[in-house]
Design a protein around this ligand. Structure first.
Ligand code: G3P
Length: 217
């Protein structure tokens, strides 16, 4: 399973990328809007820090303008991939870019039927939003499970990028189902590492070792 960071903040991406566990980054207009400075400079810095795919989203809603924006975003760095909303025009744009072998991430997916259309449009990734579905009383985990079953049934090549992740449990559940990628807010990435018993156990090992007076040398 690949791990992407869901962030547009280079200051929080850089230290986490030192772990060598980060395979890519997803940005979105809301995350980018929070950062001060030119969005191209921000995306360029992220794309040079993390070597994997960096999703940058079009903000146009009509096909022609989406393609113009996609071409602007692509020029920022070689590893930028184009994030497109799951709308009529978005699917058309996805199909157009797929035919030109340009990688896409079709975002704002909330149903299995939408995911089928993204795959048929040739999306490289589809981003089902788990947390936002949980927020309205539906199950993000069930959405991932259903998409996985459907994609396996038809051998669709589109990768499932589980997004809007709110907990370490979300990560475990989608890993069990076999999602290709999870995109994590930095806070959740840090949570994956932590376990109270790891900290307690380490403290005890080190204290016992110190008391013994032995040394590794
Ligand atoms: O980047 C898309 C997605 O992961 C957004 O998550 O937390 O805003 O629902 P959230």
């Amino acid at each position: 399973m690949k791990i992407f960071l869901d962030s547009s903040d280079i200051q929080e991406i850089k230290p986490l990328n030192k772990s060598n566990l980060i395979d890519g980054v997803t940005t979105n207009p809301s995350l980018l809007a929070k950062q001060s400075g030119n969005f191209k400079t921000i995306l360029k810095a992220i794309a040079s820090e993390v070597k994997g795919p960096i999703s940058a989203e079009v903000t146009a809603t009509k096909f022609d303008k989406m393609i113009i924006e996609a071409n602007i975003l692509r020029k920022i760095a070689k590893n930028i991939i184009i994030k497109i909303p799951l709308t009529d025009d978005g699917l058309l744009a996805c199909n157009y870019l797929a035919k030109k072998k340009i990688k896409t991430n079709v975002t704002l997916c909330f149903s299995p039927s939408q995911a089928i259309l993204a795959a048929k449009a040739g999306a490289t990734y589809v981003s089902p939003f788990m947390g936002r579905l949980d927020d309205i009383g539906e199950s993000g985990i069930e959405l991932i499970r259903n998409i996985k079953t459907i994609y396996q049934n038809y051998n669709f090549k589109t990768q499932i990028l589980a997004a809007s992740i709110r907990s370490a449990e979300h990560v475990t559940e989608v890993a069990k189902i076999g999602a290709d990628v999870v995109t994590l807010p930095p806070k959740i990435f840090k949570q994956l590492i932590k376990h109270e018993l790891t900290d307690q156990g380490l403290e005890m090992f080190l204290s016992d070792w110190k008391k013994s007076g032995k040394q590794i040398s």
